[in-house]
Ligand binder design. Structure first.
Ligand SMILES: [Zn+2]
Ligand SMILES: [Zn+2]
Length: 146
């Protein structure tokens, strides 16, 4: 077991939380930010991609950009190095804090959900043919009837 980490925003201890049965993430109870060790984001991405069918037909929220504007630089809760804020992926509009020493990443409140949405959407756009997506959204409205 590793030592307790503390929230880079407010210094509160992070509590381990199980995400999707297998993945353990560390969450701050005060500001609801989430620490992901190296590799955990990829694990979450894989889980989201596997489960994304359930989300088809639901409207996707867009990421609010304003929520991130006032945040300052933070230090990695593991090694204390100042983290780099960088946009995640292409066109996601999500800025995540990444430890340059490769410890992991910090997600402020809402960013994990925003990333899930981004993964679902990019998954739907790359792998699902357009006619299937249209069909799925229609089915989502009418449910299936015999
Ligand atoms: Zn916090
Ligand atoms: Zn670090």
């Amino acid at each position: 077991m590793s030592e307790t980490m503390h929230c880079p925003r407010d210094g509160k201890p992070l509590t381990a939380k199980i995400y999707e049965a297998k993945i353990e993430v560390d969450e701050c109870g005060a500001c609801h930010g989430t620490w992901l060790d190296k590799g955990e984001l990829e694990a979450i991405q894989a889980t989201v991609e596997r489960d994304y069918h359930e989300a088809l037909g639901k409207p996707h929220d867009t990421v609010s950009e304003g929520a991130q504007a006032s945040r300052g630089p933070i230090k990695c809760p593991k090694c204390g190095t100042e983290m780099d804020a960088r946009p995640y992926g292409m066109g996601s509009q999500i800025v995540i804090d990444v430890c340059p020493e490769d410890c992991g990443i910090w997600l402020d409140e809402g960013e994990l959900a925003a990333l899930e949405t981004f993964f679902e959407r990019s998954q739907a756009e790359t792998k699902i043919p357009l006619h299937w997506r249209l069909w799925a959204s229609v089915v989502g409205f009418t449910r299936k009837r015999k």
